[in-house]
Design a protein around this ligand. Sequence first.
Ligand SMILES: Nc1ncnc2c1ncn2[C@@H]1O[C@H](COP(=O)(O)OP(=O)(O)OP(=O)(O)O)[C@@H](O)[C@H]1O
Ligand SMILES: [Mg+2]
Length: 304
Amino acid sequence: MTEAITIHNLTKTYPPGTAALNGITFSLKSGEFFALLGPNGAGKTTTINILTGLAHKTAGKVLLFGKDVVREYQQARAFIGLVPQEFNMDLFETAYNVLYFNAGYFAVPKSERPARIEKRLRQLDLWQKKDAKVRELSGGMKRKLMIARALIHNPKILILDEPTAGVDVETRKLLWNYFRELNQQGITILLTTHYIEEAEELCKRIAIINKGKIVAMDHKEKLLGLLERERITLFLTKAIMSVPSSLQKYHARRQNHTLTLEFNPKKDSFSSILSAIQNAHLPIEKIETSRTTLEDVFLHLTTP
Ligand SMILES: Nc1ncnc2c1ncn2[C@@H]1O[C@H](COP(=O)(O)OP(=O)(O)OP(=O)(O)O)[C@@H](O)[C@H]1O
Ligand SMILES: [Mg+2]
């Protein structure tokens, strides 16, 4: 299968010496929906800036459908529709013209532009705002206009840098559905986010990036399997001085009036833990259970 994005040993050092990327390697097959998930400052936008020619790599190899982003910049760049993290539109331009000029930038023939613009504005529910100036749009509408702009030249790859930051819940759901549809039409999508829920909801494969390094990369089910644990929280009527020895093996953590136990359901049965809890004769008020989420995996991998 063709590789849409190939990144090999990519490093980026900003002067005077900030190492933003320390040799990252990953690739996306054509048609994939992939998430780069990481905390602030991890290197997500830097990676995207290198893919789109906005920043120069220090070392490593980056190809888009086999085209080198530096040596074959124009061909490589034409594959990409970019929705940047920060707004970068002319505030005094109309929504229609933002799309019109971007179509021009990518050499879409003038005769084709009106139909393409109408299609994208309608899909993103912005058609009634076509003559409004960018500064007259709400934050969520501006974000949607940047998505329409990214798609105007029918790119094969869509890059979304935190595309739902600052949009309300309803718009977020709408955008998620739209991204899914675009992906089903064959567009390869690279998404960066720190909303774990977003990566979990949309992407099959996820790479977790922290401090310029990929710390985990896998199918999301396998990533969850990294910490396949059940958690039991015991709420106590009074604080206890120490963890009963019979419970210590369950990674017990004591805090004020709660005691948290964790176990791998493949190794320990639920009933054996329940009887250990009963035998410890604790002053239990309430018991809660929960499963590991991607959030736990993320915290586990990114906190020192
Ligand atoms: N133009 C720049 N000049 C100098 N340092 C930069 C520049 N852009 C980014 N950096 C540094 O590179 C590192 C990675 O930043 P980057 O913007 O890639 O992070 P990010 O993962 O996108 O974070 P966020 O979630 O906050 O958007 C940070 O330490 C940042 O300060
Ligand atoms: Mg960023």
